[in-house]
Design a binder for this molecule. Structure first.
Ligand code: 5GP
Ligand code: MG
Length: 185
């Protein structure tokens, strides 16, 4: 597949994704039996994962949203802003954050701190994707990752390239080999 002059190859099919989401759903259903967690979906990228995961939840659930924007300076530490504040009262609640991908962990470090400031009783994170090799903040490692991936750029299943490709039902990974072969020739 080609997008903006970059080559991507299919990395996980919709069927494979469904199996991965089912495994996470099974763990969360088991761990939160008898509880009423509030799920906080991080916009925009997590919308598709959230939609699939939440349909597999068997406990009473509440759904809320938050939107973050991260600025990463070239030398200094990055800064994170909430462009849409958390849309629910989470005081004394068990919170499960639903994220698309954890890369450096900067955004999640901010969000977890913020949720505890707002009075959350517990905060755990499920992220569809996790790049362990890119993680700079160990406290942001997700409790429930659906899939660990290498330190490479992915799109589809909610994840974008300049706001495109979020609707693709498969996950695609940047195909470096195609670029190199072009350069070699
Ligand atoms: P962080 O570095 O704070 O963990 O990740 C911040 C954000 O960077 C993610 O929520 C996501 O929006 C974006 N991001 C990180 N890696 C990728 C990737 O491989 N593909 C896409 N499309 N976005 C990514
Ligand atoms: Mg995100």
């Amino acid at each position: 597949m080609e997008l903006q002059g970059m080559h991507f190859k299919e990395y996980k099919t919709p069927q494979e994704i469904d199996t991965l989401v089912g495994q996470v759903a099974g763990q969360i259903n088991h761990d939160y039996q008898g509880l009423k967690p509030v799920f906080v979906v991080v916009l925009t990228g997590a919308f598709m994962y959230a939609s699939d995961l939440l349909r597999k939840m068997t406990m009473p659930t509440e759904v809320a949203f938050v939107k973050l924007r991260s600025y990463v300076g070239t030398e200094t530490t990055g800064e994170v802003q909430e462009t849409v504040p958390v849309t629910a009262d989470i005081m004394d609640r068990d919170v499960i954050v639903i994220e698309d991908i954890i890369d450096t962990g900067l955004s999640m470090r901010y969000l977890k701190k913020r949720l505890y400031q707002l009075g959350a009783k517990t905060v755990r994170v499920t992220s569809f994707l996790f790049k362990p090799d890119a993680l700079q903040y160990p406290e942001s490692a997700p409790e429930y990752p659906a899939l660990l991936i290498p330190h490479q750029f992915v799109i589809g299943y909610g994840l974008d390239l300049d706001q495109q490709a979020r609707n693709l039902p498969s996950l695609y990974i940047y195909d470096k080999s195609k670029v190199e072969s072009v350069i070699v020739r």
